[in-house]
Design a protein around this ligand. Structure first.
Ligand code: PHE
Length: 487
């Protein structure tokens, strides 16, 4: 059977950027920026994107396109007879679990969008918004219905396939997302007192940066680009051989980062203009922002638009998560797409139930000291994703081989790869080491720096310590290869 493919360069870009741009950009990035003191955190985040995001994304796209298969099939094809396909299996499992709880948060967003549209949200008094939010998410039945709706909506798009479903939908939704974001940005920066928010975002104060903040930036850069769970690899398998992978990856990364920053520009100037605090944490968009919108003229309209924006961002991400699983199940088990989608939809909904209940009646049901939602979030974001990321780096560098990976990135030499050497250092050393640090930190066996405060000096010293051995090892390997060639 002929595989479906993306139909145009813009289509691939819209779909991959659509996956990357999600709740992570508009919900999580602003709140962790708020919690970690603003601009200095953003600078660290940008550095992480450059060191980890670029090489891993290039490698994932390349491996996927080379194999032209789902993640399990791809590892089987590129390393036949070896257990590497398990790494593909891990990414499918990760995508499946993440989708089961990502859909819950997306459901809250839909619930808020309708409540903002009907005027109900604007009629809640500012002081009651927190308990109102608690009420919405803990009454289990309604959130479950929203979760079911999100999963079904996602399934109905994925059902139509890559070109007619995912690509078409992303090509329509992503430009709409951008226009809404620009409109909201204009509203926010023209408020009296907006400049304080801009200063918070763009004027770095390194004294506010903590080691936790640095690690959070590192982890988030990875998550935000949808890396480590086979999404980019699966999408890569639908990309045309002539597509320029470097420019595609850079565009996706720039779009993802730009949208996160724009979301910051929507949120912080408004938060500061109305005298609220930026460090509220996860409740930033569900508690602080509704209060901000209430204080603003035509706040109901802006609130509805804002939640619509997040809803769009969430859906273009959920379809990418589902595609990883659907591609694998349908190709590996030779099942038709319809059947695979139906099966996965049911499975996802069942798995989402315990997570949904953990905000209400099952709040005290714990596995390893965490409720279901937190447990699933923890094992995927903190363990499976980094493990998946490291495996991709190792596979691309040493199993498939960095040379073959580069050949695929350049479409067999059609395109020049000017920063080839940097890519080699990145994928072989810098990225896996940095991702390894996320992993060790999140399982609690590793404590990077004794004191909690980090300043620019300690940061560069530690950064140097990490980079130096990588460069030396790389130099050594290059020399050795040259030597071997000569003799
Ligand atoms: N990259 C997405 C975001 O920023 C997160 C995501 C994770 C999307 C996993 C799909 C899969 O929200």
């Amino acid at each position: 059977m002929k595989r479906d493919n993306f139909g145009s360069s813009f289509g691939v870009l819209a779909a991959a950027a659509g996956s990357a741009i999600g709740l992570g950009n508009i919900w999580k990035f602003p709140y962790i920026t708020g919690k970690n003191g603003g601009a200095a955190f953003i600078l660290v985040y940008l550095a992480c994107i450059a060191c980890v995001g670029i090489p891993v994304m290039l490698a994932e796209f390349a491996l996927g396109r080379k194999a032209q298969k789902n993640t399990v099939g791809a590892f089987k094809e590129l390393a036949p007879g070896k257990p590497w396909y398990l790494s593909g299996g891990l990414s499918v499992l990760t995508a499946f679990i993440i989708l089961s709880f990502y859909a819950i948060i997306a459901g809250w967003v839909f619930a808020y969008m309708f409540r903002a549209g009907s005027g109900e949200l604007m009629s809640v008094s500012a002081g009651n918004l927190e308990s109102y939010f608690g009420g919405v998410i803990s009454n289990s039945k309604e959130p479950m219905l929203w979760t079911l709706l999100i999963i079904s909506l996602t399934a109905s798009i994925v059902l139509f396939g890559v070109k007619k479903g995912i690509e078409k939908c992303s090509k329509i939704l992503m430009p709409i997302l951008f226009v809404i974001l620009v409109a909201l940005m204009i509203r926010s920066v023209t408020l009296d007192g907006a400049s304080k928010g801009l200063e918070f975002l763009f004027k770095p104060d390194f004294s506010k940066l903590t080691k936790e903040g640095v690690l959070e930036a590192l982890g988030h850069s990875f998550y935000s680009l949808s890396l480590g769970m086979g999404i980019i690899m699966t999408y890569g398998s639908y990309v045309d051989k002539k597509e320029n992978m470097m420019s595609l990856s850079l565009k996706v990364i720039i779009a993802d980062t730009l949208i996160a920053l724009m979301a910051g520009v929507v949120i912080f100037p408004a938060v500061f203009a109305y005298g609220f605090k930026p460090g509220q944490g996860p409740g930033l968009i569900f508690v602080t922002l509704p209060a901000v919108f209430k204080a603003m003229p035509y706040g109901g309209v802006f609130a509805t638009l804002f939640f619509l924006l997040i809803a769009i961002a969430a859906i273009t991400s959920t379809i990418s998560l589902m595609e990883v699983v659907v591609a694998c199940v349908s190709e590996q088990f030779n099942m038709n797409r319809k059947k695979a989608v139906a099966l996965i939809t049911v499975g996802l909904f069942l798995l989402s139930i315990p997570s949904n209940l953990s905000f209400g009646p099952w709040a005290n049901v714990k596995i390893f000291g965490k409720n279901f939602f937190d447990f699933f979030d923890f094992i995927t974001s903190n363990i499976f994703l980094p493990v998946g990321g490291i495996l991709v780096c190792v596979f691309a560098s040493f199993v498939f081989g960095v040379k073959n990976t580069i050949t695929e990135i350049t479409s067999d030499g059609i395109y020049k790869f000017k920063l080839k050497n940097l890519f080699v250092i990145g994928i072989k050393f810098v990225a896996p080491i940095l991702i390894g640090i996320i992993l060790l930190h999140s399982i609690g066996v590793f404590n990077l720096i004794g004191s909690d405060k980090i300043n620019a000096k300690t940061l560069s010293v530690y950064g140097g310590f990490l980079l130096l051995p990588c460069i030396l090892i790389y130099r050594y390997m290059v020399k050795r290869a040259e030597y071997a060639k000569k003799s």
